[in-house]
Write a protein that binds this ligand. Structure first.
Ligand SMILES: [Ca+2]
Length: 355
């Protein structure tokens, strides 16, 4: 946790940003396996690497580049204007990075995530040292109905909460080895990607991949929310934030690949956990971005209208907390954002690589 974010936290207003990531209230919002990657869309990958070792493609899918309509005229204002965008081909992890994959990274590198780092009192003059403890933000549903304009009610900063203790001390990831890792910040995600020889996807790459070849559709599987009457993504069913019918089978995270893949063979591109992207967020990105391989905003220009002046990175895909009553963050065009040092119990990531 950085000085800026923890100062925000103790100032009592950082939670607003967290909650936005949580339920999209205001924004409206792998299992790597050992199977050789397949060309998901019928075209052979352009394996133009100089090395003959393609083992890094295990658990990845080749996404043939193409042109698509990025955004949604029926979505939030930051999803407009819809633009015709072209992305070059890239490899993408079939699944979100799992707990067992992240544990391999930790064991190999000794890396300590931001949520596990105790803030240095020297960086927080005036703060009660006893309050400066390592931890992360966990969803805690209230027992009854609550006003939906008070995010503090369902988010709690839990000392000791981290990727390996998702609900705080006493919790662990046993039995959740195949679930997506959570409580990872953007900085943690890029460290993992570097270790794996990969990178985070750009927002345009992510949306192109999420659509799975279905251009301009509401969902990554088409226009019907529950095709054949079945839920095909892990989101929230019921009255948020205290009633979850779990019609999709899961209250929190689900094992990656529980639901059918999209047209490109990718799983969980909708729901389960939000996924970090490489881009800096700005609500007006689409109006000016280049037509080919857009890279998003800049740190200087990044802004969130709800928290002006705080640069944020893009997140995509929605999570198990996306309630359809006021959040459709699991749509492929929906955008989310958070400060790069932020970690929560419903945010993870997946990696990509070009060659
Ligand atoms: Ca669910």
């Amino acid at each position: 946790m950085t000085k800026k974010s923890i100062n925000q936290w103790f100032a009592g207003w950082a939670m607003a940003g967290v909650a936005l990531a949580g339920i999209c209230l205001l924004a409206g919002c792998g299992d790597a396996g050992k199977t050789p990657a397949a060309a998901s869309n019928g075209s052979k990958p352009k394996a133009e690497t100089k090395s003959s070792d393609m083992s890094w493609t295990n658990g990845m899918v080749w996404i043939l580049g193409g042109t698509f309509h990025m955004g949604s005229e029926g979505g939030q204002t930051d999803e407009k204007p819809v633009r015709q965008i072209t992305v070059d081909g890239f490899w993408m992890d079939k699944t979100e990075v799992t707990n067992e994959e992240f544990e391999k990274f930790i064991k190999a590198t000794g890396y300590v995530t931001i949520a596990e780092r105790k803030p240095d009192p020297k960086d927080f003059p005036g703060a009660d040292p006893e309050m400066l403890v390592a931890g992360s933000i966990v969803f805690h549903p209230p027992p009854g109905d609550v006003p939906l304009d008070n995010y503090y009610v369902w988010w709690t900063y839990i000392p000791g909460a981290s990727w390996k203790n998702p609900e705080g001390p006493g919790s662990n990831i046993q039995g959740r080895e195949k679930h997506p890792v959570v409580h990872v910040s953007y900085y943690d995600a890029i460290e993992y990607c570097k270790w794996a020889g990969k990178r985070l996807p750009t927002e345009a790459e992510w949306e192109f991949a999420a659509r799975g070849g279905l251009d301009s559709k509401m969902y990554s599987w088409g226009d019907e929310q529950t095709p054949g009457g079945k839920w095909v993504a892990n989101i929230w069913q019921g009255k948020f934030p205290n009633e979850n019918s779990m019609a999709d089978g899961f209250r929190t995270t689900s094992p990656v690949g529980t639901y059918p893949p999209n047209g490109f063979g990718l799983v969980d591109m909708a729901g389960n956990v939000w996924e970090w992207c490489a881009d800096w967020y700005a609500p007006t990105t689409y109006a000016t971005m280049p037509e080919r391989n857009p890279q998003g905003s800049t740190m200087e220009a990044s802004t969130d209208p709800n928290e002006p002046g705080i640069p944020k990175r893009v997140q995509r895909g929605g999570s198990y907390l996306c309630s359809d009553s006021y959040c459709t963050g699991y749509r492929p065009s929906a955008r989310m954002k958070n400060t790069p040092d932020s970690a929560t119990s419903h945010t993870g990531f997946r990696c990509v690589r070009t060659n």
